[in-house]
Design a protein around this ligand. Sequence first.
Ligand SMILES: NC(=O)c1ccc[n+]([C@@H]2O[C@H](COP(=O)([O-])OP(=O)(O)OC[C@H]3O[C@@H](n4cnc5c(N)ncnc54)[C@H](O)[C@@H]3O)[C@@H](O)[C@H]2O)c1
Length: 401
Amino acid sequence: MLKLKSMNKFSLAKTNIFLFKDFSQAALQSSCNFCSKSLLISGRRLYSLLGLSSLMRGAPEQTRLILLREDGEKCKSFGCVETVLKEALEFDLGRNDRIVAAGGGSLTDLGAFCASIYKRGSRLTLVPTTLLAMIDAAVGGKTAVNVGGFKNCAGTFYPASEIIICPDFLKTLPVKEIENGLFEAVKYGVLFSKALLKKIFENQPLLKKYRPQNGREKYGAGVHASNAALFFDIIKNCVNFKMRIVKKDPFDKNERLALNFGHTFGHAFESVSGGSVSHGAAVGLGMAAELIFSRFKHGESGDNAELVSKIMSFIRATSHYRVLDDFLAAPEIFARMRKYILNDKKALPEGYIEMPLVKKAGLYEIEKISLREELEPFLNSPHYLLDEWREGTRLIRRGAK
Ligand SMILES: NC(=O)c1ccc[n+]([C@@H]2O[C@H](COP(=O)([O-])OP(=O)(O)OC[C@H]3O[C@@H](n4cnc5c(N)ncnc54)[C@H](O)[C@@H]3O)[C@@H](O)[C@H]2O)c1
């Protein structure tokens, strides 16, 4: 047998992450990058709403713009990949030139996927514009598009050269989208930092203090002068936690599994709801469910009960609460979740699934859970979760009278 020289494992190259307080600095940083040719991908509506033209200060022959009609989940398609790649070819973009993607997590996933395959990898700059993209989607080198209705079915690991984060963008973000990001921030708090968690829970009224826009409080912006510093601090903390774990496990094999906290149940809630429960809210409920599961498996420990109650109060104070309350009242949801958990990406062939179980805030362990012997009995006893949920709902209704 001839043994060829073994290759080193790939490692994720260095990513420079810039966090700016104001947009003019972010734009300056971004335009400094336009000494090479750059192709900027964004959404038509976002481009004018966020004034993204200032990201494109390079000479016209050096910059090209693609504005997609749809920049939410629908843009994560091979149709959009082809549009971007054709435009890159037409513009004669080289491997050392740059693809810049500015938008929410859907758009950064698409842009990063395109950059990872264009001529086997062009330079990539990400400018995330939602809270979720700033603290999660744009950070960590995972790219994805959807195929035939299957979410994130095609993807690569491809770190950006730069990520330019500026909370100023959040001024136009709808309330629900801010809350979706905050659920992920709560996840980082439960996993890594009691102090971060305390900051989010104690400041929820301030984080929720939206600036009214056009007289419609509900759709007002989530970030304004009185809470901008708080958002900045939360983003900085979350990005640091994510980078720390990604450095240890860039390819999602070991330590990074911790970031799935709340997501095994969360994805199943989201799927069973047929899309009526948004991803962020489903993860919020998923975190409570997984903490209760941890108690079911190991018995009461640490601050488990307090964490569940705080997460549930947090959910109740968001605009997602009514949808979740209706969803949990529907019959059979727990029985229907079984198939989604069995098909989860983390499910192992021998009938196990790997999940992070939180012992107390800031302390977790990744455990191998038997689907038949441990998860099924829990799914067959939904009262564990429902009792806690209904107790809070009763208190709210009593308070409202
Ligand atoms: N790659 C990863 O590691 C990773 C991690 C988490 C999530 N994701 C992906 O991220 C996607 C979700 O991202 P998302 O929550 O940012 O949603 P999104 O990108 O779909 O954007 C949600 C909506 O917000 C709008 N929007 C974006 N920025 C705005 C702004 N500043 N002001 C006003 N409106 C704005 C968009 O137009 C869109 O309508 C999912 O596809 C998910 O799979 C990827």
